[in-house]
Write a protein that binds this ligand. Structure first.
Ligand SMILES: Nc1ncnc2c1ncn2[C@@H]1O[C@H](COP(=O)(O)OP(=O)(O)OP(=O)(O)O)[C@@H](O)[C@H]1O
Length: 242
C-alpha cells in the first residue's frame, strides 16, 4: 500500500535520513526500531507530508492516499484540553455525518473493547491517566478509518505492563479494522510476537530489515546486536532489582 524509495532528508547541513527505502504492505504490522535521534519521527513526518524529502519518493496505493492517522508519543496532542473526551471522540464521526446516537454507540463499544469505563467520556484529558488517554487516542485515530496508522513512541512514557496491553490492543484493532501499522519505538522488547516485519534505523539509514523473528533472534548488523544486548542488560538489571 506504500512504497518509500531512496528517501533523503537534511535539516540545514544535518543529514537526518540517507537513502531510506522500504514498503508497507496491506494489513502489515511494521516496527521501525532505532535509538533516539536516528530519524524515526522524521520518516513518519515525511509520510504525513509535514516535511518535503530532499530526494526520493513516497508512493501510495491510490485508495490509501490521505488515509493515514498519526498517534503521538504525548496523547495530549490528540485532544482539545478544554473538551470532554466524549466531544473529542464524537468529532470525527459527526464530521462523517453519523448521528450522535450511532456515534456514541460505536464509541462505547470500542471503549468496552479497549477495557475503558464509559464514565471516562465525561472527563477532560487532564482527568485521565496516560494509558487511558493513549487508548482513547488510538480509538480516535481508528474512528477516521485509516488505511495506515502511525504510532510514534506511543508507549514510551508508560510502564511495561500498560505498554504491552496497548500494543496488543493495537494488534487486535489492526486485524479487525484491516489497516497497516507503522509502530515506531526504541524498545526492542515491546514488539516481540507482535510485529510482522522490523526495520532497524541507525543514523538515518536502514541497516537491517526482516521478519521480527529474523531480526530479534538472529540479528546480523552490529547495531541491532548492540540494541538487543542493551535491552537484555536492562531486563536482567530490572529482574535483579525486583
Ligand atoms: N524540524 C526539524 N528541524 C531541524 N532538525 C530536526 C527537525 N526534526 C528533527 N530534526 C533532527 O533530526 C534528527 C532526527 O530526529 P528524529 O526526531 O527524527 O529522531 P527520532 O529517532 O524520532 O528520535 P526520538 O526517538 O528521540 O524521538 C535529530 O538530530 C533532530 O534534531
Amino acid at each position: 500500500m506504500l512504497e518509500v524509495r531512496n528517501l533523503s532528508k537534511k535539516f540545514g547541513n544535518n543529514v537526518v535520513l540517507d537513502d531510506v527505502s522500504f514498503c508497507v504492505g496491506r494489513e502489515e504490522f511494521i516496527c521501525l526500531l532505532g535509538e533516539s535521534g536516528s530519524g524515526k519521527s522524521t520518516i513518519a513526518e515525511l509520510l504525513i507530508g509535514l516535511h518535503e524529502p530532499c530526494q526520493g519518493e513516497i508512493r501510495w496505493a491510490e485508495d490509501s492516499i490521505n488515509c493515514t492517522q498519526y498517534v503521538y508519543q504525548n496523547p495530549d496532542r490528540s485532544f482539545n484540553p478544554f473538551w470532554s473526551m466524549e466531544q473529542s471522540l464524537l468529532e470525527p464521526l459527526l464530521l462523517q455525518k453519523h448521528s450522535k446516537k450511532a456515534a456514541l454507540k460505536k464509541i462505547t463499544s470500542m471503549m468496552d473493547h479497549a477495557g475503558l469505563p464509559v464514565e471516562l467520556l465525561k472527563n477532560k484529558p487532564s482527568q485521565c491517566s496516560g494509558g487511558q488517554k493513549q487508548r482513547m487516542a488510538i480509538i480516535r485515530a481508528l474512528l477516521c478509518n485509516p488505511r495506515l496508522l502511525i504510532a510514534d513512541e506511543i508507549t514510551s512514557a508508560l510502564d511495561p505492563q500498560t505498554e504491552r496491553t496497548i500494543i496488543e490492543l493495537l494488534k487486535e484493532f489492526q486485524s479487525s479494522y484491516h489497516m497497516s501499522v507503522l509502530y515506531i519505538t526504541h524498545r526492542i522488547q515491546a514488539i516481540e510476537g507482535v510485529a510482522d516485519r522490523v526495520l532497524v534505523l541507525d543514523k538515518g539509514s536502514i541497516v537491517e530489515s526482516g521478519t521480527a523473528d529474523e531480526v530479534l533472534k538472529y540479528p546480523r548488523h552490529p547495531y541491532t546486536k548492540n540494541l538487543l544486548e542493551a535491552c537484555m542488560y536492562f531486563e536482567k538489571r530490572k529482574k535483579s532489582i525486583v
